[in-house]
Design a protein around this ligand. Structure first.
Ligand code: KIV
Ligand code: ZN
Length: 516
């Protein structure tokens, strides 16, 4: 075994799925498991097979269909659970059974109504039973942190003797403090004579926000497997976040001197997928994968990042699969941030012209939360409002319904010219957008679409706002109508008109992105 490797045991599909409301169906589990394999986790804990027929089947499909990581099933220290776990994981190339029983007096007496010797015997029996199926058996003394240390050591020694190849020390209720947990692992490794026959793992919960810190303190003390979840989801306040553990080990390799097998470039993709599938949003300021993790708002920081990225970034966003850093143009942005964005949009603005624009920019930014590309261009071109729209909507007809392919016919006017196109789409709005793309000859990427009512009653006006991007240029468009399809078409056309302003330079190579 490579002493420098930390094994990553992902329990997103088991403990992560215990997050309220995060239940996944079979296809979703499979999709997530495939992405975890692409991420390069060493072990996927795919579920708790005895808990329901659906979970059993989901674990079985992951075991059958996902190649790369070991596939693990959880089981209480009960024969029926172990049978179910084995039957579910056995199709995997490298199956693992993970069995557990609580070892704290609180759990032993109040929950299990057992004694310490009975629990020890049950733990040993469970591991022996699981060993009949596979060599790859993990044992967890649940609530280890609140267990009597001497007793915990006896249980760990006994289960290794019985054949456990991984012993996992859980901080089930997130009670530990990093220095204390690190010390617990250090002392356990010193005290248990056969510990070298097993991998020491840790499994930390985040009740006090210390799951990642505790996991890493344990790694520093000799643990070589970390159990974690994508985005840190899990029971109550969640588990140690995989992306944080991995990126700390990678970024501070100088301190830990350890490696994981994770392909970090898949982190952002995995985070987004898990968030989408579970419906659990990632907080914007979440380390590594939050929307703001690589966004710079203050003028001083933007200036620093433009001059040298590492002034304010300790990780390269590309290293975790995020395209680029984001400089948010707000009232706090400075000259360098603004002129750099103009440069990106194809305009060279310097000297007194920039001074003048900065004044206008600050006035606008005080009124608006974010200043977008089209706002900047409007500042430059002064009279956005008096600029005539190149294309105007002359006619729109859409058809859609059950069993009908959504289609749209659009007629646009450009000075004296009348241009008409028809298109099919995923819905009437999409069809109308495709028809307009054909007429205008642009096919921008739709980044955002929002619809809200701006008056009340049955004849309420709907206001649609879109954000589109073409060749790095981000513009917004607005449209209002009592008909939401017409409002959508007007908003898109408004954005297309901004993109098709004649004489605008091509955006330069990308280096900053303005986030929506
Ligand atoms: O938190 C915990 O103790 C667990 C065990 C089953 C490992 O999830
Ligand atoms: Zn747990």
């Amino acid at each position: 075994m490579d002493a420098k490797k930390v094994f990553v045991f992902d329990t997103t599909l088991r403990d992560g799925e215990q997050s309220p409301g995060a239940a996944l169906n079979m296809d979703e589990k499979l999709q997530a498991a495939r992405q975890l394999a692409a991420l390069g986790v060493d072990v996927i804990e795919a579920g708790f097979p005895v808990s329901s027929p659906g979970d059993f089947e989901a674990v079985q499909r992951v075991a059958r269909e996902v190649r790369g990581p070991q596939v693990c099933g959880l089981a209480r220290a009960v024969k029926g659970d172990i049978d179910a776990a084995w039957n579910a994981v056995r199709p995997a190339k490298r199956p693992r059974i993970h069995t557990f029983i609580a070892t704290s007096d609180l759990h032993i007496e109040r929950k299990l109504k057992m004694t310490r010797p009975q629990v020890l015997a049950r733990a040993v029996e469970a591991v022996r039973y699981a060993k009949k199926y596979t060599d790859n058996v993990e044992f967890s003394p649940e609530d280890a942190v609140r267990s009597d240390f001497g007793y915990l050591c006896s249980v760990v020694q006994a289960v290794i003797e019985a054949g456990a190849t991984t012993v996992n020390i859980p901080d089930t209720v997130g009670y530990a403090i990093p220095a204390e947990f690190g010390e617990l692992i250090r002392r356990l490794i010193q005290r248990v004579p056969n510990i070298h026959r097993a991998i020491v793992s840790v499994h930390c919960h985040n009740d006090l926000g210390l799951a990642v810190s505790n996991s890493l303190a344990a790694v520093k003390a000799g643990a070589r497997q970390v159990e974690c979840t994508i985005n840190g989801i899990g029971e109550r306040a969640g588990n140690a976040s995989l992306e944080e553990v991995v990126m700390i080990l990678k970024t501070r390799r100088d301190f830990f001197g350890l490696e994981t097998g994770i392909n970090a470039r898949e982190i952002a993709r995995t985070s987004r997928l898990v968030s989408k599938l579970t419906g659990i949003a990632v907080q914007p300021n979440k380390a590594v994968v939050g929307a703001n993790a690589f966004s710079h708002s203050s003028g001083i920081h933007q200036d620093g990042v433009i001059k040298e990225r590492t002034t304010y970034e300790i990780m390269d966003p590309a290293a975790v699969g995020i395209e680029e850093s984001t400089l948010l143009l707000t009232a706090r942005s400075g000259r360098n941030g603004v002129s750099n964005r103009f440069k990106h949009l194809g305009y060279r603005v310097t000297g007194p012209k920039l001074d003048d624009l900065m004044e206008k920019f600050k006035a606008l930014a005080d009124k608006k939360k974010y200043v977008f590309d089209d706002d900047l261009i409007a500042l430059l071109e002064e009279d956005k409002s008096s600029r005539p729209e190149a294309f105007t909507l002359d006619y729109l007809n859409t058809s859609s319904g059950t069993g009908v392919v959504p289609t749209a016919t659009v007629r646009l006017r450009k000075k004296d010219e009348v241009l008409q196109e028809a298109a099919c789409g995923d819905g009437p709005v999409d069809a109308a957008y495709r028809a307009m793309d054909k007429i205008v000859g642009l096919r921008p990427k739709l980044l955002d679409y929002t619809l809200h009512a701006i008056s009340s009653g049955k004849d309420a006006q709907g206001e649609v706002t879109v954000k589109v991007e073409k060749d790095g240029l981000v513009v917004s468009g607005k449209g209002t109508s009592t008909d939401i399809i017409e409002a959508s078409a007007k908003a898109y056309l408004n954005a297309l008109n901004k993109l098709s302003v004649p004489g605008r330079g091509k955006p330069s190579a990308k280096n900053i992105k303005v986030r929506l």
